[in-house]
Design a protein around this ligand. Structure first.
Ligand SMILES: *Cc1c(COP(=O)(O)O)cnc(C)c1O
Length: 301
């Protein structure tokens, strides 16, 4: 067992079946992998994305980026605290008091929050900016916004291999922000099953390129069994529609399935619509991946 696993105890997560009229009409079985239950704070895909990033650290400080509601900031702050690391969160926009739930939690975990303007935030990848951060905070290991890098993709590959590949399903659906999680999962399934990613960003077409690039870069092949769906963003990142809000509360009431409005609610809206539209052959099983995110905006945890 590695250091990260030992300190950040992983809980095995259940697969539950959802009996919904839309699925019954379409003749498909809908399962949900409740990966949101894998850890109380470092939850869902963020556990897997952080695993290899934090396991082999040679410095005691990590620096990363996010918006004010970022699940990645929340998870990184919690993981750093449990592992005894220093953490710095570079946050987009100005500090607004009182801090919201995400940032309050991050500070309570000991994360130093550093707020920068939106213009500056766009330049956060530039060498000058990173040098100025090193001057200010000393040496650190940098994890990009959203946590996506090769080590994150490797963690998600392991997740798919160990926790998904033996399950019985034909389609896997998951919400995507950067595509890092999806790239790892495609690789972990080794070309088997169909993987459908639901973009939570407006005009998410570019995500297909990003995922193709991550696959080529990390695994030397692009696989053919996946697709990005770009019509379920409900207006864009962190935007909602009444339809989405209604779906999130119906899922909670009818199926006791907690969803957030940024990621997993959009995922479920895509699953049900695609079922209605006849995307899945009758008799097939769709596995929806609950990637977590219940701490954030609109979460019903
Ligand atoms: C961060 C996050 C995602 C997006 O993961 P990517 O690897 O960036 O695509 C999806 N769902 C939840 C709940 C998240 O917190």
């Amino acid at each position: 067992m590695h250091y990260f696993d030992a300190v950040l105890r992983y809980s095995e997560t259940p697969v539950t079946e959802i009996h919904d009229a839309a699925c019954e009409q379409a003749g498909i079985r809908l399962l949900v992998k409740r990966e949101d239950l894998n850890h109380p704070w470092v939850s869902g895909n963020k556990w897997w994305k952080l695993k290899y990033n934090l396991e082999k650290l040679t410095v005691k400080t990590i620096l990363t980026f996010g918006g004010a509601f970022s699940n990645h900031i929340f998870a990184t702050a919690a993981a750093a605290k449990e592992l005894g690391l220093e953490s710095i969160g570079v946050i987009r926009g100005e500090r607004i008091e009182p801090l919201n739930h995400t940032l309050t939690f991050a500070e309570q975990c000991g994360m130093k929050l550093h707020f920068i303007s939106r213009e500056m935030y766009r330049r956060k990848g530039e060498p000058d900016f990173i040098a100025s951060m090193k001057e200010r905070f000393g040496n650190f290991f940098l994890i990009p916004e959203g946590g996506t890098n090769s080590l994150a993709v490797k963690g998600c590959q392991e997740f798919a291999r160990e926790k998904l590949s033996h399950l019985d399903f034909d389609f896997l659906m998951l919400p995507i922000g950067t595509g890092g999680t999806m790239a790892g999962i495609i690789a972990g399934l080794e070309g088997r099953r169909q993987v459908l990613g639901v973009s939570v960003l407006k005009n998410g077409g570019f995500l297909s390129n990003d995922i193709g690039f991550l696959l080529q870069n990390n695994f030397g092949q692009s696989y053919g069994n996946w697709e990005v769906l770009t019509s379920y963003d409900h207006g864009g990142y962190a935007k909602v529609t009444q339809e989405l809000l209604d779906l999130v509360s119906a899922m909670k009431m009818k199926h006791n399935l907690p969803l957030d409005t940024v990621y997993t609610g959009k995922l479920m809206s895509a699953v049900l619509k695609e079922a209605e539209r006849g995307r899945f052959q009758r008799g097939s099983t769709v596995l929806a991946l609950h990637t977590g995110g219940l701490q954030g905006i609109g979460g019903l945890s």
